[in-house]
Write a protein that binds this ligand. Structure first.
Ligand code: S3P
Length: 438
């Protein structure tokens, strides 16, 4: 365990105030990728200045794209067109970022140069066959470790061919990877998804004037068109807002306004689940900004109740379960999550790591192969380990709002991958959190 940053949260308190959480991570990644291969200048505002999105930015700089910024969320990308990327001189190191690695594998498979994608310890353990197998069907040449993990050595080719692929798992990363490969493949690439997943890639391709066809759960793309640079206003990340949606729900006397949050319907599972649990959440000023829906969100304290989480909401809240488990621990009654085995292959095994931590805090949490059963009740204090997983660290910080004694959270440095301002923003709203260097 590398233990460079430790959070200590003192119990109790309320969350009150109005904030704008940082930019959406998924959209920030895609703004760099599509802006780089578009023709013309893309001006991005609201870009997430956190390690994951910066890993993507650096990768494109290493492939010869001139990118100015980020400067207070402003990034200017001088697009090189679909065929303008240059061979990187070094390995492309993508840190903790699964989105960078999986999407880039598709985009780079169709280049005329070779590349190698590497990542940190966590990313090097995550399954990559979910992208390399369908890419191989498209004639991509990618070598992985024997167990299908990174590094990914990609031999460029101009001979990709379109396929019709039925995704065995609901994954926006796999879908986006294949769409990006499809930009370079002969003929049509069609992807069918078993359940709706975030569609930011599709929306941004359409926004850049690239024709795609979307019918039901199928999306098709054909090579031979171009992307036009457009300005991109990145909304706040609902996955970061989620910590305050839960925090203000579970803490007494709380009232928080979260401004300019992305509410794309493929991302709002957290709101639907919390509402089913009895949360007091209202969307205000719903509006469309550059092809994505945003709203200001008002959330007030409420007594949550345990529910059986509908399985169709799982992909729509896939990143929010660590903090939803904390909500369940504060709810009256039992909450049951099923159909969420994907949580085991995120930045950490989020089922096991959250169950271990909750049990450490004396919460009745029972992990199952595909989810968790949590009986709401009291949360004691104690020490927990995030296992280098940003969302686990922040979820346990939020648990402090209802714990009976301090919670010390180890291994929190990766909060910087998605939400570097978490401690200051949460502290400003009323969470009694401090950070020390271990
Ligand atoms: C993401 C898709 C999701 C999500 C990840 C970001 C994306 O992963 O968990 O944080 O930007 O496409 P999967 O597609 O693997 O579920």
């Amino acid at each position: 365990m590398s233990d460079t940053i430790i959070f200590t949260v003192r119990p109790g308190g309320s969350l009150r105030g109005e904030i704008r959480v940082p930019g959406d991570k998924s959209i920030s990644h895609r703004s760099i990728m599509l802006g780089s291969i578009a023709e013309g200048i893309t001006r991005v505002t609201g870009f997430l200045e956190a390690e994951d999105a910066l890993a993507t930015l650096k990768a494109f700089r290493a492939m010869g794209v001139e990118i100015e910024g980020p400067d207070e969320g402003n990034v200017t990308i001088h697009g090189v067109g679909l065929n303008g990327l240059k061979a990187p001189e070094t390995l492309l190191y993508l840190g903790n970022s699964g989105t960078s690695m999986r999407l880039l594998s598709g985009l780079l498979a169709g280049q005329t140069f070779d590349s190698v994608l590497t990542g940190d310890e966590s990313l090097s353990k995550r399954p990559m066959r979910r992208v390399t197998l369908p890419l191989a069907e498209m004639s991509a040449q990618i070598v992985t470790e024997d167990d299908g993990t990174a590094p990914l050595a990609i031999a460029g080719t101009s001979a990709l061919t379109g396929i019709h692929y039925e995704m065995p798992i609901a994954s926006a990363q796999v879908k986006s990877c294949l769409l990006l490969a499809g930009l370079y493949a002969k003929g049509e690439t069609t992807i069918t998804e078993p359940a709706p997943t975030r569609d930011h890639t599709e929306r941004m391709l359409e926004g850049c004037g690239y024709p795609i066809e979307r019918v039901g759960n199928k999306v098709s793309i054909t090579s031979g068109h171009r992307l036009n640079a457009v300005d991109i206003d990145v909304p706040s990340d609902i996955s970061s807002a989620a910590f305050f949606l839960v925090g203000a729900s579970i803490a007494a006397n709380s009232s928080v306004r979260l401004n300019h949050v992305g509410i794309n319907e493929t991302r709002t599972g957290i709101i639907e689940i919390l509402k089913l649990m009895g949360a007091d959440i209202t969307l205000i000023n719903e509006r469309e900004v550059g092809g994505e829906w945003v709203a200001d969100i008002q959330v007030n304290s409420s007594q949550l109740k345990g529910i059986e989480i509908p399985e169709h909401l799982v992909p729509l809240a896939i990143d929010e379960f660590p903090v939803l488990f904390v909500a369940a621990a504060c709810a009256e009654g039992v909450t049951v999550l099923t159909g969420a085995e994907e949580l085991r292959v995120k930045e950490s095994d989020r089922i096991q790591v959250m169950a271990d931590g909750l049990q450490q805090l004396k919460v009745k949490a029972e992990p199952t192969p595909d989810g968790m059963i949590i009986r709401g009740g009291e949360i004691e204090g104690g020490e927990v380990i995030s296992h280098g997983d940003h969302r686990i660290a922040m979820a346990f910080a939020i648990a402090g709002l209802r714990s009976k004694a301090p919670i010390v959270i180890h291994d929190c440095e990766n909060v910087n991958t998605s939400f570097p301002e978490f401690v200051s923003l949460a502290g400003g709203l009323g969470l009694d959190i401090s950070q020390t260097n271990g």
